[in-house]
Structure formats: C-alpha cells, structure tokens
Ligand binder design. Sequence first.
Ligand SMILES: Cc1cc2nc3c(=O)[nH]c(=O)nc-3n(C[C@H](O)[C@H](O)[C@H](O)COP(=O)(O)OP(=O)(O)OC[C@H]3O[C@@H](n4cnc5c(N)ncnc54)[C@H](O)[C@@H]3O)c2cc1C
Length: 317
Amino acid sequence: MKVGGRVAWLLEPATPEEFREAYLLARERGHQVRVLGGGANLLVCDGELPFTVLCTSRMGRIFRPGTQPEDGADGAPESGSTADPEREPAPLAQLEDLARVAPVPREDDPRLVAWAGASLPGLLRTARELGWSGLEGLVGVPGSAGGAAAMNAGGRWGDFWDVVESVRVLTPEGELRDITRAAAKPSYRDGGLGENIVLGVVLALEVSQRAEVSTVMDTYLREKNALQPVTEASSGCIFKNPDPELSDGRRAGQLIDECGGKELRRGAALVSPRHANFIINSGGAQAADVFTLIEDVRDLVAQKTGLQLATEVRIWP
Ligand SMILES: Cc1cc2nc3c(=O)[nH]c(=O)nc-3n(C[C@H](O)[C@H](O)[C@H](O)COP(=O)(O)OP(=O)(O)OC[C@H]3O[C@@H](n4cnc5c(N)ncnc54)[C@H](O)[C@@H]3O)c2cc1C
C-alpha cells in the first residue's frame, strides 16, 4: 500500500539459521518481533512502531528436495512419507541450492522446497518451467512463500495449502518444528499456524506438461488482471468474503459496490473503481486515511445490509 511508519530495527537474515539467531537475540533483548514477507497483505500504521521487524526477503531459495547433502540430512520429508513430528528437523540451510531445473528426472519427485522469502511469482515460474501443476490458482498473487503459508493465500481456483506437504516453522520459544497440512488445519485466508514463523515450505505438485501449466496460468492471469487493479498500490483484498449464507452468495467486493462504496475516498486513499474490495493509494496517502476509509466502508455495508465485514488484510500494530 506504500503507507506506514518506521521501526528502529529491520533485520534481513539471509538463511533460516540466521533468522533463528536474529529472532533469539531480539527476544533476548526484550524486543517485540514482527515478520515481514513481501508486505503485499499488510497495512502498517504511521509513526514510530514499537517492534523489531525480521524480513524474509533475502531468504529466497527454491530447490528440489532429496538430492543432497551427502549425509542425506535434507530438510524435507522422505518421499511418500509425512513429516515425523518427533524427528529433529535438519536446518533448511543445509540444503544446497539446486539449479531451477534440476538434471534428475523430473517425474521422480515433483516436490519443491522454498525458503520463506522465495517470491510466490518466482515459485510459479519454477513450477511452470518444470511443467508441474498445482500452483496455477495463485497466479498474480504477490508476496512470499512464507506469507502465502501464513495467510493461506488463494482464491476461486485454489489455495496455497492445497499443495503444501509441510512447513518448517520457528516456534515462539525458538524451536524448529515441521508441521504437516493435517496438523495445521488451514482455513480461508488462515494457514492455521498461530504464532509460529514459517522458515520454509515443502510443496507437493503434480507432473504435467509445461504448455498445459502455462495455458492455465495465462488464462487465470488474464481474468485476474481484468478484474483487479493489479498495477496500483494496494494490499489486495481488504475484507474477507462473508459467509455466503448470510450474504446471499455476494462477495465482499460486490456488497461494497451495491452499497455505493465505490464513491468513497479519504485523502489519497480510495476504493478502487475496478474492484470495490481493493483500496488504492493514488499517491501520498497516509496510513490513517486508509484506516478511516476501511471503517467507513465497513460502516456503510453494516448500515445497508446488517453484515459486519471482517478485515483480511493484516494490520500493524
Ligand atoms: C495486487 C494484489 C493482489 C492480491 N491477490 C491476492 C489473491 O488473489 N489471493 C490472496 O490470498 N491474496 C492476495 N493478495 C494478498 C497477498 O498477496 C497475499 O496475502 C500474500 O500471501 C501475502 O504474502 P506476503 O509475503 O506479502 O505477506 P506480508 O504482507 O508480508 O505478511 C502478511 C502476514 O503474514 C505474516 N507473515 C509473513 N511472512 C511470514 C512468515 N514467514 N511466517 C509467519 N508469518 C508470516 C506477516 O507477519 C503478516 O501478518 C494480493 C495482494 C495484492 C497487492
């Protein structure tokens, strides 16, 4: 959204190990810690913010599991097995960074490991290049693998957790743990990970054809670009879609539009004329403008329909 204040400390660890070290040090010194991925689903308040931010943007590796290191202590579960919660997880950084298209037969094991800071569009490019299917529904969604796992990013064509086999997390106590899909119980825009911080994800995709994956991605992307203000500064959808039984199947954007929400603006923050569930910064908006506009939209919809929209976007602090 290109709004928001400052923190005294923004740390950018380059590996999961460095991340853990930085997290433990910050906690030891009494800092409150927040994790920043791509910032694509965040609204940050104006002014000085009382926490230390750990940003995953340098932790961008994407590779195939199971081909190294020599001692076999890779960070991903064995093929065909689910992660053993009792097993001490190996540090993700021990995995070598393989070429984006590895030289071993790609049909053998269509899984990818991504560190938390790997960009979601980068992951999709890798899957497309390999001809592996499963991530097509995430096309056009910005941000990081860690953010996508935390938020269970997705839409009508599927969610991130549909293809997550397990995630490697750092617990609030500073321990490493592997969490499987069954244990996380992800739901609509919530990865079910609580306070755990994602350091890496293991994705189980399906072998397909590059042309087929490309065609589906291109089709979805055209549709998304036609509906959403993808080139403007925004935080994606501001509100979650309400329970369809209560809203007669109308999504948040449709409700806002029907209530006249597209007319609303505060300062340089305005409801997108293209998609009413997006607020855009038309240039120089303050975070306070965006927050006021969010509450105005929520009030408008509540007055006209009796429905209380819940925010999807995460707000700091
Ligand atoms: C133009 C546009 C279109 C979008 N379209 C979609 C869409 O179709 N579907 C959809 O679901 N979303 C969409 N979004 C929102 C956003 O892209 C996703 O929610 C994305 O997954 C956010 O990832 P991020 O890395 O940017 O997370 P951030 O915005 O950095 O963080 C979001 C939340 O996740 C937490 N977080 C980040 N990284 C981690 C981590 N490693 N471990 C634990 N918690 C973490 C943060 O603390 C914060 O609470 C869109 C956004 C934009 C701007």
